[in-house]
Ligand binder design. Structure first.
Ligand SMILES: NC(=O)c1ccc[n+]([C@@H]2O[C@H](COP(=O)([O-])OP(=O)(O)OC[C@H]3O[C@@H](n4cnc5c(N)ncnc54)[C@H](O)[C@@H]3O)[C@@H](O)[C@H]2O)c1
Length: 382
C-alpha cells in the first residue's frame, strides 16, 4: 500500500486522513500553511511527519501519493509538481482555477500513465448514487427525458459570513457553481452518462458587500462564532446563486440550481432523473434512501441494503442494511477505488474514479456558465 502525504489541515484535509486510515493506508504526514500548523496537526492526528513546506513532500522518497486539500488557487502548482516527481495525486475539486490550468494538468497525466490522477468528487461513492447509476445505465428508467436538481447551503447567508472561497483570486471566478455546482454536474453526469452539449445560465450575487473579519475564520465555522467585531467591507464579485438550463446529447434536458444562501439547507444535493419507463430521486441529506417513481404502480422507497443493491454498488458498501453510510464513508470508498486500482497495477483498465479529464470537464462547464450569464446567451460545449 502507498504512503500518503496530505496537504491542507483545514476542514477537508483531516477527512482525507481519517478515511485513509480506515482503509489501513499509511498517512505519513501533513503540511499546513506554516511549519507550526503542520506540527500542531501532525500532533493532533498522531502523524509521524510534520512537513515544513511543499518541497519537503516532493523530496520525501517515502511518499508515493499526495492528497491536495488546500484552497483552489494552489492546486495547479501542487498537482503538477507531485506528478512530475512521480507521485500519485488525489486533488480536491475544482481541479484548478481555469480550464487552461486543468488542460495543462491533463496533458501532464498523459505522460504519466502509471500514476493515479484523481479529483475528489466523493459524492459518486454513496452506495445509492452508485446504484442509481447502474439503474439508469442498464436502461431501467428507459430513455432519459430530464435531469433536475439543486445543491443548496446556508453557511454564506449573512454578510458577516466569510471564507476564502468568496475571493476570486483564491477560489476562482465562479463560487457557488465551482464549489458545489461542480459536484452536482459531476454526479449527474456520472449517474446518467449524459454529456452537456450547451447551456444557458443566470447568476446572482445577493450580498454585494461582505464584512471580512480581520482574523482568520475556519471553513463552515462562521455560524458557530459571533459576528466579527473588527472587519473590512469587501465587494463580492462571485455568485451566491445560479440557475442553469442544460441540453444533453441525445435530446435530454436538465436544470440545475445552486445556492449558498438558502436558510436551513445545510448541505443538500438533490437530483430527480425522469425517463420513459420510470423516475428516481435522491437527496444527500437522506443519503441511504432512493425514491423510485412509477406510472402504473405505487412508488417505492429503497433503503440502502447491500443485498438490494446492484453488484457494482454492493462492492462499495461496508455495512449491512439499516446501518447508515454517510459523508465520511464516501471518502473511504473513493480511496478504496483509487488505491485498489493502483495496487492491481494494470493502468490500461478503465479508471473506477473521477479523473483529471473529469475535473477538466467540470471547469470547462464552469467557464461556460459564467460566459452564458455575462453574455446572456446559450453557450455550446466543445
Ligand atoms: N469533496 C468535498 O466534499 C470537499 C469539501 C470541502 C472542501 N473541498 C475542497 O477542498 C479544498 C479545501 O477546502 P477546505 O474547506 O478544507 O478549506 P479550509 O480553508 O478549511 O482548509 C484549507 C487549508 O489549507 C491550508 N493552506 C492554505 N494554503 C496552503 C499552502 N500553500 N500549503 C499548505 N497548506 C495551505 C490552510 O491553512 C487550511 O488549513 C478546496 O479545494 C475545496 O473546494 C472539498
Amino acid at each position: 500500500m502507498p504512503n500518503v502525504a496530505v496537504v491542507g489541515t483545514g476542514f477537508i484535509g483531516p477527512v482525507h486522513v481519517e478515511a485513509l486510515r480506515r482503509l489501513g493506508i499509511n498517512v505519513r504526514g501533513v503540511l499546513g500553511s506554516s511549519a507550526d500548523k503542520s506540527q500542531q496537526s501532525a500532533q493532533q492526528m498522531s502523524l509521524e511527519v510534520a512537513y515544513a513546506d511543499y518541497q519537503a513532500i516532493i523530496d520525501d522518497p517515502l511518499v508515493d501519493s499526495v492528497h491536495i486539500t488546500t484552497p483552489n488557487k494552489t492546486h495547479l502548482d501542487m498537482a503538477k509538481r507531485a506528478l512530475i516527481a512521480g507521485k500519485h495525486v488525489i486533488c480536491e475539486k475544482p481541479l484548478a482555477m481555469t480550464s487552461r490550468e486543468t488542460a495543462e494538468l491533463v496533458e501532464i497525466t498523459r505522460s504519466k500513465p502509471n500514476l493515479a490522477a484523481a479529483v475528489n468528487y466523493n459524492i459518486r461513492f454513496y452506495p445509492i448514487a452508485l446504484h442509481a447509476r447502474d439503474l439508469v445505465q442498464s436502461g431501467q428508467l428507459g430513455d432519459i427525458f430530464t435531469v433536475r436538481g439543486a445543491y443548496s447551503q446556508d453557511w454564506l447567508l449573512y454578510d458577516t459570513d466569510w471564507n476564502w472561497r468568496l475571493v476570486p483570486e483564491e477560489g476562482g471566478d465562479v463560487r457557488a457553481v465551482g464549489d458545489i455546482g461542480t459536484h452536482w454536474l459531476d454526479l449527474t453526469g456520472f449517474v446518467t452518462g449524459l454529456k452537456v452539449e450547451s447551456l444557458l445560465a443566470d447568476m446572482r450575487t445577493f450580498i454585494p458587500v461582505r464584512k471580512k473579519p480581520r482574523q482568520a475564520v475556519a471553513t463552515f465555522t462562521g455560524k458557530e462564532t459571533a459576528a466579527p467585531t473588527e472587519y473590512d467591507n469587501v465587494e463580492i464579485r462571485t455568485e451566491d446563486w445560479a440557475a442553469v438550463l442544460l441540453h444533453y446529447g441525445g435530446g435530454a434536458r436538465g436544470t440545475m440550481n445552486v445556492s449558498q444562501v438558502t436558510a436551513g439547507r445545510k448541505n443538500q444535493l438533490s437530483f430527480e432523473i425522469a425517463g420513459s419507463k420510470g423516475a428516481i430521486a435522491w437527496d444527500s441529506e437522506r443519503p441511504n434512501e432512493l425514491w423510485l417513481g412509477h406510472r402504473e404502480r405505487p412508488n417505492e422507497l429503497l433503503l440502502k441494503d447491500p443485498s438490494l443493491l446492484s453488484a457494482g454498488a454492493r462492492a462499495y458498501t461496508n455495512y449491512p442494511g439499516g446501518h447508515n453510510e454517510g459523508f465520511p464513508d464516501t471518502f473511504k470508498q473513493l480511496y478504496r477505488a483509487i488505491y485498489g486500482y493502483v495496487q492491481a497495477g494494470d493502468f490500461d483498465q478503465p479508471k473506477p474514479y473521477p479523473t483529471f479529464e473529469d475535473g477538466h470537464h467540470e471547469v470547462v462547464l464552469c467557464e461556460a456558465i459564467l460566459a452564458s450569464h455575462q453574455q446572456r446567451r446559450w453557450i455550446d460545449i466543445q
